[in-house]
Design a protein around this ligand. Structure first.
Ligand code: SAM
Length: 368
């Protein structure tokens, strides 16, 4: 099945994975093209690329990348930023097929340098790490591995310490749980297998992402988010990481575009089963995602307990929990209406509060 991945039609889960990849990369591209502080190059690494598409010609990650570059040609030409795409697949036949397929690809006038490698990931990554460190470069790294073992702890630690590397990698989380007892995953031995075995399957992927985040060196700014994918009976997942809050914010937006109901999965998880019921409950909260209810409760508690003291902290709390500024604005509005916080003329909860200190507003509780 795995060998035949590109010889058959992409399944529903693969479609969703690629949809999220596309939504995430397209947002990333707009941000890096418009960035005035770093001149580039813009480098996109697809290191388990495949031949470009499935047997029906549906675009896989390589074609998605090229189509997005062509679609952003006006912006790119105006910015003068250079684009480099790096494709690798250990199956040399697939890389040759990809090279052939892209030989006459029309990038709408953008000059794009494409590098092709036909090596195993573990050997090519050592060649490519220095390229990710090129001064002023922006790097998006997509690691669409089979299984779980290619992206190991040591590699993750290196990648999360390189500035301006946004990382999206795939993990077969069901396999982890199924084979947790066998000791055959020494590459990811930092994952707490005992804990995984006790967790319901829909929580496994979140726990794996948390274990990855524990590898980030103390004091280093790094933001991560998981997205759970169901393909047939098995659960998989994508894990995103960025050293910039803006990177995470863009990824969250992509997640909410693909998963409009719950924001972090392409399936109705056990904790959200009530959303499938055809009968509406009389209690409004019971008709909403539990994940959203929990976020709203947690945010309100954090404000009341003074864990959060201004709008910037609310923004950070919201983005790092996988939500969008609009979700926090709803909570704030409710708290103002129920007279829990003092209403002020301007209380921005948006991307500007991260950058502009003049946008900072302290929270005043009503009953102190
Ligand atoms: C899930 S597919 C990638 C699909 C691709 N992203 C797409 O959208 O078409 C995984 C690819 O990784 C390749 N592969 C498997 N093991 C590899 C390894 N150790 N190093 C590099 N590539 C590998 C396979 O040949 C396969 O094409």
């Amino acid at each position: 099945m795995v060998e035949k991945f590109h010889d058959i039609t992409f399944d529903h889960g693969t479609h969703d994975k690629l949809k999220l990849f596309k939504a995430s990369l397209s947002r990333w591209l707009v941000v890096v093209i418009n960035d005035r502080y770093f001149e580039g190059p813009i480098q996109i690494f697809d290191l388990f690329s495949g031949p470009g598409c499935d047997v029906d010609g549906t675009s896989g990650s390589p074609l998605i990348i090229c189509e997005l570059i062509a679609g952003n040609s006006t912006r790119l030409l105006k910015s003068g930023k250079k684009v480099v795409i790096i494709f690798n697949d250990s199956n040399v036949k697939k890389i040759k097929e990809l090279q052939e397929r892209l030989s006459s690809f029309d990038f709408n006038g953008v000059s794009v340098k494409i590098q092709y490698f036909g090596e195993s990931f573990k050997s090519v990554i050592n060649e490519l790490l220095p390229q990710m460190r090129i001064k002023n470069s922006f790097n998006y790294v997509f690691l669409d591995q089979f299984g779980v073992t290619e992206v190991n702890g040591d590699l993750f630690k290196i990648m999360c310490s390189i500035p301006r590397v946004d990382l999206l990698f795939f993990m077969a989380t069901s396999f982890l749980k199924r084979f947790a007892n066998t000791g055959c995953f020494s590459e990811v031995d930092f994952i707490d297998m005992k804990k995984l075995l006790k967790l319901p399957s829909h929580l496994v992927h979140r726990a794996v992402a948390e274990d990855f985040s524990k590898l980030v060196p103390t004091g280093q700014e790094y933001y991560m988010a998981p997205f759970s994918l169901k393909k047939g009976p098995n659960l998989y997942g994508l894990i995103f990481g960025s050293s910039h809050i803006k990177g995470l914010r863009q990824f969250n937006e992509a997640c909410w575009k693909v998963s409009q109901l719950i924001g972090d999965a392409n399936w109705i998880t056990e904790e959200e089963k009530h959303l499938e019921s055809e009968q509406l409950s009389l209690f409004e909260d019971a008709n909403r995602p539990n994940r959203l209810n929990a976020f709203e409760r947690d945010l309100e508690c954090a404000i009341i307990s003074k864990e959060l003291t201004n709008n910037r902290e609310i923004y950070l709390f919201t983005i790092t929990k996988g939500f969008m500024p609009k979700h926090a604005k709803d909570v704030w509005k409710n708290m103002v209406n129920s007279k829990k916080v003092v209403n002020v003329k301007r209380f921005p909860i948006n991307d500007d509060v991260w950058k502009k200190h003049k946008e900072l507003v302290s929270i005043e509780l009503c009953h102190e």
